[in-house]
Design a protein around this ligand. Sequence first.
Ligand code: FUC
Length: 351
Amino acid sequence: MKVSTKVFGEINNQEVHSYTLKNNKGIEVTCLTYGCIISDIRMPDSKGKTESIVLGFDTIKEYQDYSPYFGAVVGRVAGRIKGGSFQLDNQTYDLNKNEGKNHLHGGLDGFDHKLWEATPIEKEDCSGVEFTYLSKDGEEGYPGNLLVKVTYTLNNNDEFTISYEGSTDQKTLVNLTNHTYFNLSGDAKRTVLDHILKLQSSEFLELDNDLLPTGEILNVADTPFDFRKGHNIREGVESDNLQNILVGRGYDHPFLLDHTKEQQISLYDPLSGRKIDIDTDQPAVVVYTGNQLTEDFEIRGSASQKYLGICLETQGLPDSVHHKHFPSCELTPNETYKAVTKYKFSVYNNV
Ligand code: FUC
């Protein structure tokens, strides 16, 4: 399977390239060397109409001016770190603070803003791109030179896989994710409020007013956070559960995955018939329903608005460095960080 390459734009006098992967079912994924951004995924609906199912832009300038991490790889550490500071082996590290007094999504100039090295992969049964980036010791305040590799592949079974790898020369923190905003309606013609989300998750993390975990792990039973049988996003937006209200009415929460079955996460849009099933080896998925999306820009011709996309950020638990009962995100020089998330696209004709 072939990969097609184009010059997408320029940043600091350096070219940004785009790579498009296409399979024999009409699914197309485009990604950029800037931030490893997945700028587009196109797939047919139940009537065969191919449209975009993610939020993205056609120019680098729009990514720089407006993007709330559209499609990007987020790191070194996804989510918030309280007080922008942490301790490792009795040494305090002060990070750049880019959200009030806290550090968010890797800081002021995180992995989503970097130019990555890219190598296309063309195999008989799949095509892809391997991206690498060296994050230097002290970048954004983190210790250690961290070499990161992110690989995107698409095959003819309609599976798109993201594999992350990292190695360091000093103990550091790593928790990578991808921040794609899905909207299965096609070309963002409706919000995601009527999308049906299903999660194999019995517990989620309680958040405080800064959207940081309090440390409490809550049971989903009898709350709008119970997605085990699947329900729409609207339920959480219209609910009077304080956890839904405090994130701006909706979801912005880490759900702990039960890891008992396959298809831990699925997102379905009954109107278009499009569905994505997601499997990951990560402990959690942060479900963010675009509560903070503003209306002051356009996304390929459609006005941006609240709830126009949903992010399903598979990852370790946010701020784990401050909660000893959360799985650790520390990486030592004799370990390799590895994470894999697989997305399977399908279409149902039951409208
Ligand atoms: C998500 C959220 C945040 C933030 C950002 C754009 O991951 O956790 O609240 O708004 O991405």
